[in-house]
Design a protein around this ligand. Structure first.
Ligand code: CO
Length: 211
């Protein structure tokens, strides 16, 4: 038996369990996807959106990448965001980072990770540079990375608010609210660190008035 066979076996057991609980579970889900939330999280295997929020299939639309970034030229993220906001009409977009994030640690170091990781981590280095004064004042490396994790989430939420698609949805539909969260691997708890309700003020250079 190969290691991945365990996944297929467990899948059979899971499907049977779900059916035992609710005989119409899959029938219902197959016909309808109406999640209220879009989750932009880290790819880290220890931070699965559904498990840590106690939600079920169908409740959260998910996009994950290294260190939960909202990069303006990332076609993958943009397609997920477009579908979630304009078609699924989600009410909340959550950017969830996590303490102990390898991407954050890598970006804060001087190690050359070679392309393409360097290119990706550069986005986090730019966050560091923007908040250099505050971060450099923190002596302990772990604490400094924890703070960078929080600031990274704040900046990614702001990146969302700078997008025309978000500003248009705010104007036309008074949604979605944007949330910045950080998950702790140590105790399994999520902390809210930043929030921008629909219609929040956006930095003037990013604000579009001909939407
Ligand atoms: Co991570």
């Amino acid at each position: 038996m190969y290691s991945y066979d365990r996944l297929l076996l467990q899948n059979k057991a899971w499907a049977a369990e779900m059916l035992a609980d609710d005989p119409h579970f899959f029938e219902r889900l197959a016909q309808l996807q109406t999640p209220e939330f879009l989750w932009i999280g880290c790819s880290d295997s220890r931070v699965p959106a559904n498990q840590i929020t106690g939600t079920h299939p169908g409740e959260i639309f998910v996009h994950r990448n290294v260190a939960n970034l909202v990069v303006n030229s990332d076609l993958n993220m943009l397609a997920v965001l477009d579908y979630a906001v304009n078609h699924l009409k989600v009410k909340h977009v959550i950017v969830c980072g996590h303490y102990g994030c390898g991407g954050i640690q890598a970006a804060a170091s001087r190690t050359d990770y070679k392309p393409v990781l360097n290119m990706w981590l550069r986005n986090i280095k730019d966050v560091y540079y923007k908040h250099e004064e505050e971060l450099n004042a923190i002596q302990d490396e772990g604490e400094r990375n924890d703070r960078l994790t929080e600031l990274n989430v704040v900046e990614q939420v702001k990146n969302l608010s700078r997008k025309s698609s978000i500003q248009r949805a705010w104007k036309e539909d008074q949604r979605p609210d944007l949330h910045g969260w950080v998950y702790s691997l140590k105790d399994g708890l999520i902390k809210s660190v930043f929030e921008m309700k629909a219609g929040s003020e956006v930095e003037s250079v990013y604000e579009l008035d001909d939407l």
